[in-house]
Design a protein around this ligand. Sequence first.
Ligand code: NAD
Length: 422
Amino acid sequence: MSTGVEACDESKLLDVAYMQFRNAVQQLALDPGLADVLWRGSRSYIVEFPVRMDDGRIRVFNGYRVQHSTHRGPAKGGIRFHPNVDLSDTKALAALMTWKCAVMNIPFGGAKGGVQCDPRALSLGELERITRRFTWEIAPLIGPEQDIPAPDVSTNAQVMAWIMDTYSILQGYTVQGVVTGKPVELGGSLGREAATAQGVVYSIREACLARGIDLEGATVAVQGFGNVGWHSARLLSELGCRIVGVSDVDGGVLNEKGLDIPALKAYEREAGTVAGAPGAAGIDNSELLQLDVDILVPAAIEGQITKENAARVKAQIVAEGANGPTTPSADAILGDKGVFVIPDILANGGGVTVSYFEWVQNTQKLFWQQEDVNMRLDSIMTRAFHEVLDIAQRNKVDMRTAAYMLAVQRVARAAEVRGFFP
Ligand code: NAD
């Protein structure tokens, strides 16, 4: 198979994503030509666009939108604003979205996009102008039936509102379904904001049942305190878990007796970081990953659990709230230690699942109650978890390989029955 990835460099997300895909292809003994189509059949859009900054200067930004697959439905995936955004990572994250939507069995393909920028150094006005101009640049690609963006690292409901507004102006009428993760006032779904974390929590609940761990009283460490990290910590503490450690990009905090998560969020909103919060000891990100806890939730960025630190991870369950937090070498080490890893394409699939619910509600112009959303999410997450666990047990593979096997098989089947144009 021609891959575009010659040898695996684990610091590159694209290499890691390919390794994970290839493991599943080998397990499934998939036709090499078909596997090539599934891995490489993407469309990449690169844009360079000018924005006037607050001080009057003009700056040119790089932006990307990659559609990895549309075999099972419109492309679907978040938009990230981060200094490290590049084409290679965006391709890898788009592929992850294809597999994630297939694991959850929702009728979407995979996409990802982003703008290379440091949102912490931008004013609100600059952020809005970047978002609107980037939307204009990628407008030919996106749309409710084509490709539907959503929030990712450093983008939120407000950014989605700007995207929806700009796209709607270009169309001449309001198009709610062009993005998900919108404010509820604009057609966003109840429960979307915390959906990724809610799904992480459902998958942890099932893993605890499989492992015989009592969720109530279980100890937890969470890396990242943004959308996924904060809501995961909050929901787990509401279920009676003891959240002993939390970190973000600037550092972390530890309290063996359990952190007060709402108070920590209030502190973080003021200080811009959890580091230095009162009533807790300071720790760094590497210490957080090695805490002696039952459950570790990496919910920040990729490449955090590596061959350098995996042997020192003490958690029994690692629930990947983030995309790509564990490298393949680290996966092998965790596997040998008997750690139960809930892979990203399963653990954090709750976000895209409620995005799908939002898109359905926008299409039908009929909105659901929060209980409805969470009940349907629970049912989809639980079903996906057990489908993956069943494949893992039957084939004696880890949960990640099993999740990829389920996903790749579903996309392969869709590609085969659609056939190859012309
Ligand atoms: P966010 O921007 O809301 O929060 C990111 C958090 O990670 C922040 O607390 C930030 O300080 C921290 N962080 C950044 N770099 C770090 C580093 N080097 N070390 C430690 N902490 C660091 O982003 P988010 O939406 O919560 O996304 C987090 C992860 O979850 C990403 O991998 C994203 O792709 C994934 N994800 C998000 C969603 C979603 O719905 N938001 C869905 C699926 C997956």
